[in-house]
Design a protein around this ligand. Sequence first.
Ligand code: NI
Length: 179
Amino acid sequence: MAIRPIIETPDPLLRQISSPVAEVTEEIRMLVDDMLETMYAAPGIGLAAIQVGVPKRVLVIDLQEPEEEGGEPVRDPLVFINPEILRASDVLQVYNEGCLSVPEMYAEVERPDSIRARWLDRDGKAHEKDLDGLLAICLQHEMDHLEGVLFIDHLSRLKRDMILKKLAKWRKERSKLAA
Ligand code: NI
């Protein structure tokens, strides 16, 4: 396993549409394992393959929810290959989203509260499930990446420009610290 570099906006690769995985091979499993390691190291709760520069429909998510409230985070890696949304609720929920490709920036995004999704796991086994809460939000955010969409695209132009300005400022400060 290896940590791969995460690409950040405005890298044009992030705008690419990812292709379906024809077969879950050993190469795909290696990609999945690297993505999990990269996500945990970042740290983040979700990562799409395109964020490490691979335009394939592969996502990893781990909400690392503690078993009890206020407890230690527990690892529960989830792998979504060729995910599809079959149904989405009319009821929406708002969540303050962030993204490893838009570092340190957060904004409220509205998405369907619950979805029915279908996907393959790391072994190529098919799953179909109703998902809600943070997992539904996170899966929709990661699936956007497969279409070249970032969470900031859901915001008004004004809000998006504000975030991109803040990001530029943050990068300047980061490079000053590194110098
Ligand atoms: Ni993201």
